[in-house]
Write a protein that binds this ligand. Structure first.
Ligand SMILES: Nc1ncnc2c1ncn2[C@@H]1O[C@H](COP(=O)(O)OP(=O)(O)O)[C@@H](O)[C@H]1O
Ligand SMILES: [Mg+2]
Length: 293
């Protein structure tokens, strides 16, 4: 079948791997830069690629970076309106991009999360921190990625100052209990369809760094994922409506706590560490769900 991979950079590892996997399974695949499309809002909906009519593919794999969420999800929506199978829906990508929105959806499903709050009124900040268990707390930008936009405030007064500062800078933030026992480690579970196809543990190499993101210098290790982590990761992806998701979990005292669900999870570290051909798993999932190889 014909597969369109929506990605700004064809040289990115994940993009390259998806292209390779699609081609090696006999598909005609192309990487297309979302910004080369023009969306024409008319009935029927129309899509141009570099000003020319775009022959519709059988399936679209959106790899929409956080910096282009708005245009990227509008483009996915256009494909949806034109009846094209898209691996991730525009709604699901939008839900996963907003950490607060995603956690609200997960909390309704009784999925364990670190205590999280959203507060605006200055006089309520201290009480809110107290309510979620007191300092230290983690403060996060709702749309941060790769560990940027996540900060640990060790003390109550620093936490209050950071929150006020971000409010003045017109940033939406959430305040979250610091899961101290996670000790700079977290788990990434890669969900495809209704199973976890690969997992890794990420460990911060720097003892004073609580963020374990690979982009922040975290080291990836292989891990045998316990059943309960697997079960909750699949449930989280389902809750957000994602067929492919990178679920981030902390090993908290109470069990696996979800902190984030990524809709365009990277393949490099996790394929290297797990030895799983995740790109092939994704293409296989598309084959089974488009149903016209
Ligand atoms: N509540 C928390 N307690 C302890 N560590 C956390 C907490 N939230 C995040 N972290 C650490 O910070 C990293 C980045 O946080 P995350 O919410 O995944 O944001 P990003 O989207 O930037 O990856 C996580 O991978 C984890 O190591
Ligand atoms: Mg993360």
């Amino acid at each position: 079948m014909r597969i369109s991979i929506l990605s700004r950079k064809s040289e990115l590892y994940s993009t390259r791997r998806l292209l390779e996997a699609a081609e090696s399974r006999g598909h005609e695949a192309r990487v297309q830069d979302p910004f080369k499309f023009t969306i024409h809002v008319e009935n029927p909906p129309k899509l141009l690629f570099l000003s020319k009519p775009f022959p519709l593919p059988d399936a679209v794999i959106p790899r929409i970076g956080a910096s282009i969420t708005y245009f990227g999800t509008a483009l996915i929506r256009q494909f949806e309106q034109m009846g094209v199978f898209t691996l991730s829906s525009s709604r699901a990508v939008n839900a996963s991009r907003d950490k607060l929105y995603a956690l609200q959806l997960l909390s309704k499903q009784n999925i364990l999360l670190p205590k999280t709050a959203f507060v605006r009124r200055k006089s309520e900040i201290l009480k809110t921190i107290d309510e979620i268990g007191g300092a230290p707390v983690v403060i996060k930008l709702l749309e941060g990625t790769q560990g940027i936009g996540v900060v640990l405030a060790e003390r109550l007064n620093t936490a209050q100052a950071i929150i006020e500062l971000l409010h003045v800078a017109k940033q939406n933030i959430l305040v979250q209990k610091f899961v101290e026992e996670a000790k700079g480690r977290d788990i990434r579970a890669f969900v495809v369809g209704d199973r976890v196809v690969a997992a890794m543990r990420r460990v911060s190499e720097n003892p004073s760094e609580f963020r374990s993101n690979v982009h922040r210098g975290g080291r990836a290790e292989s891990i045998q994922l316990p059943k309960e982590f697997e079960e909750v990761s699949v449930r989280a992806a389902k809750t957000l409506g994602l067929k492919v998701a990178g679920v981030d979990l902390l090993e908290s005292k109470e069990g696996p706590a979800i902190i984030e669900v990524n809709s365009s999870p990277g393949l490099e570290a996790i394929e290297n560490v797990s030895g799983v051909d995740i790109a092939a798993e994704i293409i296989q999932f598309i084959e089974q769900n488009v149903g016209q190889v």
